[in-house]
Design a protein around this ligand. Structure first.
Ligand code: NAI
Length: 510
């Protein structure tokens, strides 16, 4: 029998290690031959630890399964997929999964992340093999044609970034994966790296071939030790079979890859600070231009993309740009792994084509608030994203549609709040967060955020808030337009959206 128990950090935090150990022990006690595969998470986090059993009809899911449940599962004959109070039937039929369009996450939760054979058996490395038959400029063109835009948040067209790097003459170029996933409520990068690390490795290798880079680095946030282990094991396996090294798949082209651990600063997710940190320096923002694509790591042309962007490349090279571009709406092509977090019944990862509405994500997938109270707001796109009120929940997930209402999709994280949230406190928190995380290089961010906290405090304490509100709005404009990078430049979004949509929360008097 084959039983799957995720080694995903989210599942581990809910007791998956003990669950796996209990299954092995119970199987031994009963003299049953059971192989426990440690897969990634399917992303149905309210069911974690979610155990799956391979049956002739397909994989059958049980969850959340704790160590104490194991004896009763064996008694009920779960190894043959039998019914049980914790049973959910065939995994693929669970509506939450069945309604998704998984392209980038096609293998996450399905394969054994430590097995290159499993990766290949599920379509892995077909993209690289196709890329090896193309000229570098043709690979770049394929990515451009797919419409893929940067999934880290800024949504810049990946193909244009790659072309800039491709066209820059240099003796050395680099590929950097930004795996410093720092946004609140986001975990898509982590899930890919833990659940399907080879897809990131393959995507980076294709990027290297496309722009002529021979060295790649994965800049990984230090809070992700399980992703580090998964990546290092996968890199070693890929190198052992000639997918990495001096002669990738006998092509005569080199691509080397290493993981570098970050030290835990939000600002190091900003690409130029990241490069400084990767060079061994303090993580401080650089002026742009020059763009990293022209002068990046160690002054050399560098493609720096988010994990999900790079992990989306193999399927584009495998199935073709048209296949990918056919998903989505407007200028937002393909799919995005949305991450449902906060006060929702069914938190988890939902990969859908752009165009799905926020309402569908929150209700059809998320199941409404976990507390059962009315939903008051959703912060979309991380701690610097705008708060979206329910009147806007019908907005389709499309970069332009959200920009039009003063929001941004960012890395695709949705954090839901019920009506007990105090939006003035949330606005204050945005300024405080910026003050704590500012690299200190530019004045609007360094000083502005601290003044922002003070003004909000004063505003809440005063009986006449109008003067302070005008000052706060003015300060927000200065930070928006005067900051060197997106940290100071976006901290005003949550503040202004809270002011605009929830003025009553600022009307309290001390
Ligand atoms: P940006 O708009 O300045 O740049 C986007 C990317 O395009 C950069 O890599 C830039 O170097 C590149 N680029 C721009 N013009 C180019 C050209 N002509 N040729 C080649 N490359 C070009 O945005 P930035 O400051 O890099 O990112 C801001 C975003 O980061 C925000 O929108 C936010 O959503 C996101 N973010 C994500 C976080 C996460 O945890 N994923 C955390 C914080 C912010």
């Amino acid at each position: 029998f084959t039983v799957y128990v995720p080694r995903d950090a989210g599942a581990l935090s809910l007791g998956a290690e003990a669950t796996a150990a209990a299954i092995a022990a119970e199987a031994a006690r009963r003299g049953v031959d059971v192989t426990v595969v440690r897969n990634g998470s399917r992303g149905l986090y309210w069911l974690e630890p979610m155990v799956e059993v391979a049956t002739d009809a397909g994989r059958v899911a049980y969850g959340p399964v704790l160590a104490d449940d194991i004896a009763s599962l064996f008694d009920a004959d779960f190894l043959h997929g039998a019914q049980h109070a914790l049973g959910h039937g065939l995994t693929e039929k669970i509506p939450y999964l069945a309604k998704q369009e998984r392209l980038t996450f096609a293998r996450v939760g399905i394969v054994d992340p430590r097995s290159l054979d499993d990766y290949r058996a599920h379509g892995g490395y077909r993209g690289l093999d196709n890329a090896l038959k193309l000229a570098p400029a043709e690979i770049v063109q394929t990515v451009t044609d797919s419409g893929l835009r940067g999934r880290g948040g800024a949504a810049f067209p990946a193909g244009i970034k790659w072309k800039t790097c491709h066209d820059a003459p240099a003796d050395q170029k680099y590929i950097v994966a930004n795996a410093d996933e720092g946004d609140s409520g986001t975990y898509a990068d982590r899930m890919v790296m833990e659940g399907d690390p080879f897809v990131l490795i393959e995507g980076m290798t294709i990027a290297g071939l496309a722009v002529g880079a021979t060295q790649g680095y994965i800049y990984l946030r230090c809070e992700y030790p399980h992703a580090r282990d998964a990546l290092n094991a996968a890199i070693a396996a890929a190198a052992a079979e000639g997918y990495l090294g001096d002669n990738v798949r006998g092509s005569g082209k080199a691509f080397h890859l290493e993981v570098r651990m970050a030290a835990g600063a939000y600002i190091c997710g900003e690409e130029t600070s990241l490069l400084e940190s990767l060079e061994g320096k303090r993580g401080q923002v650089r002026f742009k231009p020059p763009l990293p694509a022209i002068e990046g790591l160690f002054g050399k042309p560098t493609v720096i993309n988010n994990v999900v962007t790079l992990a989306s490349v193999p399927i584009i090279l495998d199935k073709g740009s048209a296949h990918y571009r056919d998903f989505g709406m407007g200028r937002s092509r393909g799919t995005l792994p949305f991450q449902l977090a906060g006060n929702l019944r069914h938190t988890g990862l939902v990969e859908k084509a752009f165009g799905v509405t926020m309402q569908e994500l929150l209700e059809d997938f998320g199941g409404g608030t976990a507390t059962g109270r009315p939903m008051k707001t959703v912060q979309l796109g991380g701690p610097l994203g705008a708060y979206i009120p329910p009147s806007r929940f019908d907005t389709p997930m499309d970069y332009e549609a959200f920009a039009a209402i003063g929001g941004m999709i960012g890395h695709g994280g949705l954090v839901a709040f019920d009506d007990s949230v105090d939006m003035a406190a949330q606005a204050r928190y945005a300024m405080e967060f910026c003050a704590i995380e500012s690299c200190g290089k530019c004045t609007p961010c360094r000083i502005g955020s601290t003044r922002g906290v003070e003004v909000i405090d004063r505003m809440l304490a005063s009986k006449d808030r109008d003067k302070d509100e005008a000052l706060l709005r003015d300060l927000c404009q200065t930070m928006l337009h005067g900051s060197l990078c997106a940290l100071g430049g976006m901290a005003p979004f949550p503040v202004l959206s809270a002011l605009d949509h929830y003025p009553e929360d600022f009307a309290r008097t001390a």
